[in-house]
Design a protein around this ligand. Structure first.
Ligand code: FMN
Length: 240
């Protein structure tokens, strides 16, 4: 076990922060950790908007579906897929391919996770905020994102003021396949559901009687932000 692996394995999202600011040197290290991430074809398709304006934070907390930690976290970083840079260098670039949006989303995810892990290794905590996409156009307008630059998710960072349990994950035998796809063994899901039922019933906040398979199938039975396609198209992305 290395300290890096220990950090990775002790991850849990933090949604309650003290008022303490993040030391500027630490913040710089966190950002440098993000910049060190791999990037598909070295396209470097990420922009991060650091939101320090408290009025904007308040508005973003509301736009994300009333998530108060967006306002109370020491730092709030918004990760955007950004082809505006490439377009500015040469307006002949084709940004419309869905493939390029996938590249941007993957680049953003990898960079953000480097930032979060770096923060966690410094004793800080954080949580991603996909809720920003509830109101993608409003967030976009508030942050004055140019054409070919689209909001993806936020990241709250700060000093933890809570110590939540680690959430159990699906076991490797469900996620991992060897050489070809192996059929799902539902008994593995049943055992995981039992684990998650105990977790939901005993966790420190938001306790509930539920199981994982019910939670996720309920979620997938509904619509998933159907406005996103139009938003991305409007930004000149995912048109073909
Ligand atoms: C891209 C992304 C978006 C997320 N958006 C939100 C969010 O808007 N609000 C929130 O409270 N948690 C959000 N989360 C956190 C997940 O709910 C959390 O990671 C998951 O439940 C597992 O819990 P853990 O991180 O504590 O292990 C998001 C996570 C990811 C990866």
């Amino acid at each position: 076990m290395t300290p890096t692996i220990e950090t990775i394995l002790s991850h849990r999202s933090i949604r309650k922060f003290t008022e303490q600011a993040i030391d500027p040197e630490q913040l710089d290290t966190i950002i440098q950790s993000g910049l060190a991430a791999s990037s598909s074809s070295m396209l470097q398709v990420v922009s991060i908007i650091r939101v320090t304006d408290l009025d904007k934070r308040k508005t973003l907390a509301k736009l994300a579906g009333n998530q108060p930690y967006v306002e109370s976290a020491a730092e709030f970083l918004v990760f955007c897929i950004d082809y505006h840079r490439h377009f500015t260098i040469n307006p002949n670039v084709n940004t419309e391919y869905t493939e390029l949006t996938i590249i941007g989303a993957v680049d953003c995810g990898i960079m953000a996770q480097n930032c979060l892990l770096s923060a966690e290794s410094l004793g800080l905590g954080g949580v991603y905020i996909g809720g920003l996409r509830n109101s993608a156009s409003e967030v976009d307008e508030l942050l004055e994102l140019p054409q070919h630059c689209a909001v993806l998710f936020g990241l709250c960072l700060g000093h933890p003021d809570q110590d939540p349990q680690i959430k159990p994950r699906l076991p490797a035998k469900v996620i991992m396949h060897e050489n070809s796809y192996q059929a799902l063994d539902l008994s593995n899901i049943e055992s995981y559901d039992k684990k998650m039922q105990d977790y939901y019933a005993s966790r420190s906040s938001n306790q509930k009687q539920s199981i994982w398979s019910q939670e996720v199938t309920n979620k997938l039975a509904g619509e998933s932000r159907p406005h996103i396609k139009g938003y991305l198209n409007h930004k000149g992305l995912t048109k073909r």
